[in-house]
Design a protein around this ligand. Structure first.
Ligand code: NAP
Length: 242
């Protein structure tokens, strides 16, 4: 039997990351998930992953900490042997009008949503280059494409991920490593639970909020089928950005 491919998904205890982990597991991937502190959610996700007869393990660390990312990448490689797919998904919001935005809230979002992608990708591409194959997916946002009032920090981090995606795609294409970004619209997770769903839906051509599974299917497409796609930003937003 051929050995399983391996996916590493950051921020996968819940929400979009969890759905991505389950989708890839259903396709036969072994999955390493990471999370910040929610042990209960992470344990449940690992349990659900293992029920799909694949290898799964959770790693608790702060993705905004460079040393922690390097250490975890090393442990994951030692445990799983390789990494075929990296999904840089972990993210937070610290919303507020720019006039009142503290440097702490600016830095927390840039460190967690953008610098983390550098910290995780750096050790992982070394192994992908050796393998001469790999797929990296960066979780951007419509905020990174359009900007969003009250989210200068988040919009900057998500736009940064788009630039990061395009530059890496150009650098790594010759090594058979594809790098793409997904720009989700409004997806029903803990991150968006305070928003007025009815009001938002009026502006969405498909007239519904997205589900984590809508994003997960796109991650699976990028990992498995999108063999000639790199450097792209795939909008999964019900038509919000057209
Ligand atoms: P979520 O439900 O709030 O889940 C966030 C995940 O990230 C959790 O697994 C959390 O771990 C982890 N995390 C947060 N901070 C971390 C840190 N410092 N170190 C390590 N892990 C950390 O979020 P989501 O809605 O699924 O969003 C996932 C990604 O999609 C984010 O990058 C977000 O910006 C992006 N996105 C979401 C939407 C949306 O509408 N939901 C739209 C566009 C883009 P714990 O469970 O341990 O806290």
């Amino acid at each position: 039997m051929a050995e399983n491919k391996v996916a590493l998904i950051t921020g996968a205890s819940r929400g979009i990351g969890r759905a991505c982990a389950l989708e890839l597991a259903r396709s036969g991937y072994d999955v390493a998930i990471t999370y910040a502190g929610n042990d209960e959610a992470a344990n449940k996700t690992v349990e659900d992953l293992k029920a799909l007869n694949i290898k799964a393990k959770a790693y608790k660390f702060d993705v905004s900490n460079k040393d922690a990312c390097e250490k975890a990448a090393g442990e994951i490689l030692a445990e799983f042997g390789k990494i075929d797919v990296l999904v840089n998904n972990a993210g937070i919001t610290r919303d507020g009008l720019f006039m009142r935005m503290s440097a702490d809230n600016w830095e927390a979002v840039i460190n967690t949503n953008l610098n983390s992608a550098f910290y995780m990708t750096n050790p992982v591409i070394k192994t992908m280059i050796k393998q001469r194959s790999g797929c990296i997916v960066n979780m951007s946002s419509i905020a990174g494409r359009m900007g969003n009032a009250g989210q200068a920090n988040y919009s900057s981090a998500k736009a940064g991920l788009i630039g990061f995606t395009k530059a890496l795609a150009k650098e790594l294409g010759s090594r058979n490593i594809r790098v793409n970004a997904i720009a989700p619209g409004f997806i029903q997770t803990d991150m968006t639970k305070g928003l007025d769903a009815e009001k938002i839906t009026e502006h969405i051509p498909l007239r519904r909020l997205g589900q984590p599974e809508d994003i997960a299917k796109t991650v699976k497409f990028l990992a498995e089928d999108a063999t000639y796609i790199t450097g792209q930003v795939i909008g999964v937003d019900g038509g919000l950005v057209i």
